[in-house]
Design a protein around this ligand. Structure first.
Ligand code: GAR
Length: 222
């Protein structure tokens, strides 16, 4: 649990546009928000996310995958960047790399991701296109804890949106993105306030103001 005096340090990993990063930055700027972004790291030099970080006065780091012999070495470098800035939570925000087991273990239970589908439906790339092609009537956004699989970790928050008959990938993505921008800061707040407990593959969200119930040994506070 952190207090307003000692906000939780967030390390955000992003590869592109960075609209989720922007939502997180704006949430962190609100009075009383219990977290702040300590570093933004990208695997792409020209990622708009890095520009957004700089504009907000946040340290922006490009770590070039080509400088490392393999994924394990690259991810180790990312962990070093994050630990050096005391990031207590890692937020994947459109980070288009699959993390290695070494990274996930280093930050076990302390990595969140946002995904543009109602997981476990449509994991992986182009989730919105997958939803349209499948013909679902509801789509949505998920914030989940990252485990060693691809979009498989315990779900923290979800929100659904309708799929309209005339939707394009762009129109559906835009509708889902509104929910992503709402859910991600909320999930970060819950984590920072110590209100999330992981139990098997479920995340239990404790109501505000209620003391922890004393989690059984099989449960771990995130
Ligand atoms: C978001 O829609 C996010 O959910 C998705 O990439 C986009 C990044 O947008 N992530 C994934 O598909 C991960 N599997 P942003 O750079 O504007 O935040």
């Amino acid at each position: 649990m952190t207090s307003a005096a000692t906000p939780l340090g967030l390390g955000v990993l992003a590869s592109g546009r960075g609209s989720n990063l922007q939502a997180i930055l704006e949430a962190c700027a609100r009075p009383g928000f219990p977290a702040r972004v300590v570093v933004v790291v990208s695997d792409r030099e020209r990622a708009q996310a890095l520009d957004r970080a700089r504009a907000a006065g946040v340290e922006a780091r490009f770590v070039n995958p080509k400088d490392f012999p393999d994924r394990e070495a690259y991810d180790l470098a990312l962990v070093r960047e994050l630990e050096a800035r005391r990031a207590g939570l890692v937020c994947l925000a459109g980070f288009m790399r699959i993390l290695t087991a070494g990274f996930v273990r280093a930050y076990a239970g302390r990595i969140l991701n946002v995904h543009p589908s109602l997981l476990p439906a449509f994991p992986g790339l182009a989730a919105q296109r997958q939803a349209l092609e499948y013909g679902v009537k509801l789509a949505g956004a998920t914030v989940h804890v990252v485990d060693e699989g691809v979009d498989t970790g315990p779900v923290v928050l979800q929100s659904s949106v309708p799929v309209h008959p005339d939707d394009t990938e762009e129109s559906l993505s835009a509708r889902i993105l509104v929910e992503e921008h709402r859910l991600y800061p909320e999930a970060i707040r819950l984590f920072a306030e110590g209100r999330l407990t992981i139990s098997g593959r479920k995340v239990v969200v404790r109501a505000a103001g209620r003391p922890g119930a004393g989690a059984p040994a099989s449960e771990a506070s995130l």
